[in-house]
Design a protein. Sequence first.
Length: 386
Amino acid sequence: MLAGEHGEVVERNFRLLVRLGEIYGADRMIHVDSVQVAGVSYKSIGDPGLEFLEDMANRGAKVKVPTTLNPPGMDLLDWRELGFPEDFAEKQLQIMDAFKKMGIAMTATCTPYLVGNMPRFGEHIAWSESSAVSFANSVLGARTNREGGPSALAAALCGVTPNYGLHLDEKRKPTLLVKVNAELNDNSDFGALGYHVGKIVKDGIPYFKGIKKAELEQLKALGAAMAASGAVALYHVEGITPEARLMSPNGLEVIEFGEKELKEAYAKLNTGESPDIVILGCPHASLKEIAELASKLEGKSLKKPVWICTARATKEAASKMGLVEKIEGAGGKVVADTCTVVSPIERMGFKCTAVNSGKAANYLPGFCKQAVVFNNVDELLRKVLA
Ligand code: F3S
């Protein structure tokens, strides 16, 4: 590939991977079984990103391994009905075309593991969406660094990644012990915990003790929040995540997370009072989360917009189950493909957004100029039910 036998695009991308490997002291390249590419929304990459992707696609770039895509900045089918701006949509669709030409699956989700890209324990992958990186490393035991958009794309086009960082056993050890004494019930509690710990541990690896039970949805909320307030790409939860039993937290610095810290995290994430819209599904909602929302909204009526963001494949399953109908019957929307943060909601008249996600609450003020109401789903719905 480096000698140009696979064409100029592959050669250029392989050089990028070699450079990355040199910087981080990698001993060799390793095969990756899947790639997940971020940097999809026109809002994030703008015209320079679009031009870069179109140039690659026009030069014949094709992925060598199964590759899935992060959310774009709008629902790819219902964008007009939902009020997304025309000029934005035009550019976003051009971006999607470029990715499609390269052979990338149009999954458009930050939860690829829920819709067919599910790595096995120990598998080497190159993913770039930070919440998905955290889930793959921590909950599934797969191995990926937190790739940038270009390095993930290079891995997809070459089928390899440099062997460094979280691909190595010794780099997966915990760096901080977190003793959790607070009672965690809702997904938002896990988001608040993640927000608090991410700020302290930064790009380290926390080891949690004291979390008695955590559902898949709660683990995705926890990882997403830590990846946003810090740069956590891997965490361990005693008795829950697969590599925790291989690790010892003895001798690590210890922090405590009790009811006081939980309350403080909620207080910090709340910057608004009266939401214009409630947006759930960050990271993208599972079928279970959509079913729960449908049962809460069945027969009710909403006075403000409520969106639940999810992958298109999940929306289709929810639709066949009659869940979308129940949510829409109350005036809510199941919004596919896109997400709270990468969509241009600030251009759509919204100033205060309510969320149950620690990640979204952390990013919305900066990326979308939103005041934020952060709470669990029941409390958020109480504010917007007629
Ligand atoms: Fe996914 Fe967007 Fe949240 S990419 S994790 S829904 S900020």
